[in-house]
Design a binder for this molecule. Structure first.
Ligand SMILES: [Zn+2]
Length: 294
């Protein structure tokens, strides 16, 4: 069984349908490609705030806005034991796993890139469909950049949001898996800094990555990269579309968006349903990006 089948089974995503690009989408991407970056605003000479502050800023921001749920955790040692064992991994996960505050998931500062973050999940213990269907997702570690700037806090916010929605059946279309994490990462940068410099840096990084994912898709590399690149391309466009909608909305709509994200965290609503409530789709997202005054 390959990575894609496992990912779909464990998350409870709907079946994966390869994506077709319409002419409208191709035209919008070309328009976005020509956005000129203002080098005076895209500066990465940001102050070092120390690793403790990186975590504290992200944690305080999220705790202030949401009720954050405890999550399933497996230590690296336990995950290794389960990987080596021949016993039913679901039984072992129940035995070794525990519920913890997601802010207690160990964090390792290892990437050289300012923007990188990653979340290590435990579920790759079996090739059996029945076992994977039952398997819960466990979190093991969060990886962040070694550059301790506020950008790193935004990656931390991104990863913690993943812990709240990486649950069986919380996301139906795997292409929506990154939307809320990217949206909250941008909102964090927006709320932290009234000069908008941080938001500018975050947006330019995301738009650049989105164009890169699109270009990699055109190269039609292997299935796994296609599966991942299409997810980042679609999720980023929708996340920025949602962000533009939020920024231009009155406070009642803003509250409604935040309250419904809480509903997703609480397991009362899927990410997909949330997006349909606010009319978020790929074309509108790309349209919003092409109009961003940057
Ligand atoms: Zn992510």
């Amino acid at each position: 069984m390959d990575y894609i089948e496992k990912d779909i089974l464990v998350h409870g995503y709907s079946d994966y349908v390869p994506f077709e690009f319409s002419n409208k989408i191709i035209e919008l991407v070309d328009r976005i490609r020509n956005i000129e970056v203002d080098d005076n605003r895209f500066c990465l000479e940001l102050r070092d705030i120390g690793s403790r502050e990186v975590i504290n800023l992200g944690r305080d921001y999220l705790k202030d806005k949401f009720m954050i749920h405890r999550v399933n955790y497996l230590s690296t040692e336990c995950r290794e034991k389960i990987t080596k064992s021949r016993m039913d991994p679901n039984i072992l996960c129940r035995l070794y796993g525990k519920k913890i505050d997601p802010f207690d998931i160990p964090v390792e500062f290892k990437y050289k890139n300012y923007f990188l973050g990653d979340l290590l999940l435990g579920y790759d213990f079996s090739d059996k469909v029945e076992v994977l269907k039952k398997m819960k997702i466990y979190f093991e570690k969060i990886y962040l950049s070694k550059k301790n700037t506020v950008i790193n806090s935004s990656s931390y916010v991104h990863e913690i949001v993943h812990t709240q929605i990486e649950r069986k059946g919380a996301i139906l279309d795997h292409n929506n898996a990154e939307v809320l994490s990217i949206f909250m990462e941008l909102l964090f940068l927006n709320d932290l800094d009234s000069s908008n410099i941080l938001l500018y840096i975050g947006l330019i990084n995301r738009i650049g990555d989105m164009i890169l994912s699109y270009d990699l898709l055109q190269l039609k590399k292997d299935d796994i990269s296609t599966y991942k690149n299409i997810k980042y391309f679609i999720s980023t466009a929708k996340a920025i579309g949602l962000f533009e909608k939020y920024i231009n909305a009155n406070y009642l709509i803003k509250d409604e968006i935040v309250n419904n994200i809480q509903n997703v965290f609480d397991g009362k609503m899927t990410v997909d349903y949330f997006l349909s409530l606010f009319d978020i789709n790929l074309e509108d997202g790309l349209g919003a990006i092409s109009l961003i005054g940057i």
